[in-house]
Write a protein that binds this ligand. Structure first.
Ligand code: GDP
Ligand code: MG
Length: 433
């Protein structure tokens, strides 16, 4: 072994130890971390490292890729098809977020033109039906359940039958959970599944369950054919390392994550930002690279400064809209702002979205006080009806549209606010991952 190789082995071990700590803090199962280490040692060729320029970068990249691979069970989950009836059953322990996630899942599809319906087969917890009913009513989604009936199987079957007759294409069955993993719960899940024959069973896990994730997921998997995972409460402090365990235990992919209590705080799972976060890098590594790539050099420091202050003004929104419209391949620029893309700029509808942004800007243009723009000083939280009406009149738009613009502002401000206190990396510093 040459001297160089010994040094490289030291770098490798240092790097692995560092990352192991981060992963354990993120609740990745100890066994999985060890597997990852073994694989990395096999993959990273020490002789190659000796020739390489940036050893750390090579090792980190290998670890990053390995974690992405661990989150990919190798086969996609069953995907329901619009206008064809699918039954989707949700399972998970009580409090994991099933009922909330059922509605989010239904709402997500409804917005895309599906006809979803919700069935409450949780007869265990008092108030379960009311909760589902409330959520469903808010989202205008048909629902089925009962205050009287105590047999979850019976309700599930009745609900599924009814919505099949009504030609719903996505019939979602919410089930009960208990605090502990008990035989009775798993037997109930088995029976509901047997009676409703779901096309897909989704295991819902709270991102903060930590090391318990593997056993929990495996226990459900043993009683029903879990085919997908949804990780909830990703807006909290937990990094969601348990997802790796759930994927390993169920051999199913993560399909969505929950990022808040509201109906629209729901995102399609994206492996790269997820892994960045597991590694303690925050969600912003890719984002930073994108900024360096697409924002003109001279504007970068200012933008990053504003980002780190976390204070999203209407002026900033206006400027970002301007950038977006000016900078050509609009989809690319949009993808640089996490959370912007899905809502404001759905794929394939760029033209429409562009028109919408222009409309928003016209409205913002009309926000003046004695002819002077007030974008910096206006606090959108203090908008009252008469001001909104004035903006609508001034820009020749509907009241509804002005309100929509402020809603959009609030949504973006929330995303922006998460970057508060951001350490501003220099170019290239984050590109290792
Ligand atoms: P269930 O017992 O599995 O049906 O869980 P619920 O849907 O009733 O959710 C339990 C609690 O978690 C509720 O207070 C929800 O509002 C909350 N919750 C669910 N998903 C999320 C999420 O993604 N983020 C946050 N912050 N809270 C969530
Ligand atoms: Mg529930």
């Amino acid at each position: 072994m040459s001297n160089a190789t010994i040094i490289d082995e030291k770098v490798l071990n240092e790097c692995l130890n560092e990352i192991t700590r981060a992963l354990l803090q993120s609740d990745v199962q100890f066994k999985l971390v060890r597997d990852m280490q073994t694989n990395i040692k096999k993959i990273v060729n020490l002789d190659d490292l000796a020739a390489g320029h940036n050893k750390r970068k090579i090792i980190q990249q290998a670890i990053f890729n390995e974690l992405c691979k661990m989150l990919d069970p190798g086969k996609p989950s069953f995907t329901p098809k619009k206008a064809k009836t699918s039954v989707v059953m949700f399972v998970g322990l009580q409090g994991s977020g099933k009922t909330t996630t059922c509605t989010k899942y239904a709402y997500y599809h409804q917005k895309k033109g599906w006809k979803p319906a919700l069935v409450c087969a949780d007869t265990f917890r008092a108030g379960a039906f009311d909760q589902l009913k409330q959520n469903a009513t808010k989202a205008k989604i048909p629902f089925y359940g009962s205050y009287m009936e105590s047999d979850p199987v019976k309700i599930a079957v009745e609900g599924v039958e009814r919505f099949k007759k009504e030609n719903c294409d996505l019939i979602i069955v919410d089930t009960s959970g208990r605090h502990k993993q008990e035989a009775a719960l798993f037997e109930e899940m088995r029976q509901v599944s047997e009676a409703t024959r779901p096309d897909l069973v989704i295991f819902v896990m709270d991102s903060s369950i930590g090391q318990a994730a593997f056993d929990q997921a495996q226990a459900f998997r043993q009683s029903v054919a879990v085919g997908a995972v949804i990780v909830t409460k990703m807006d909290g402090h937990a990094k969601g390392g348990g997802a790796l365990s759930a994927v390993a235990a169920t051999k199913s992919p993560v399909i969505f994550i929950g990022t808040g209590e509201h109906m629209d705080e729901f995102e399609v799972f994206d492996v790269k930002p997820f892994v960045s976060r597991l590694l303690g890098m925050g969600d912003w590594s890719g984002f930073m690279d994108k900024i360096h790539e697409v924002v003109p050099m001279d504007q970068q420091p200012e933008l990053l400064q504003k980002l780190s202050e976390g204070n999203f003004t209407l002026r900033i929104m206006y400027e970002q809209f301007q950038n977006i419209l000016k900078m050509g391949p609009i989809g690319q620029v949009f993808s640089m702002l996490p959370g912007f893309s899905a809502e404001l700029m759905p794929k394939g509808r760029e033209k429409e979205s562009q028109a919408k942004i222009k409309r928003y800007m016209t409205m913002m243009d009309s926000m003046t006080n004695e002819g002077k723009p007030v974008l910096d000083s206006s606090n959108p939280k203090l908008m009252n009806e008469s001001r909104i009406m004035r903006i609508a009149r001034g820009s020749g738009r509907q009241l509804r549209e002005v309100m929509e613009m402020f809603e959009e502002y609030k949504r973006l401000a929330k995303i922006w606010g998460k970057m508060k206190g951001l350490k501003i990396p220099k170019k290239g510093e984050m590109s290792a991952l």
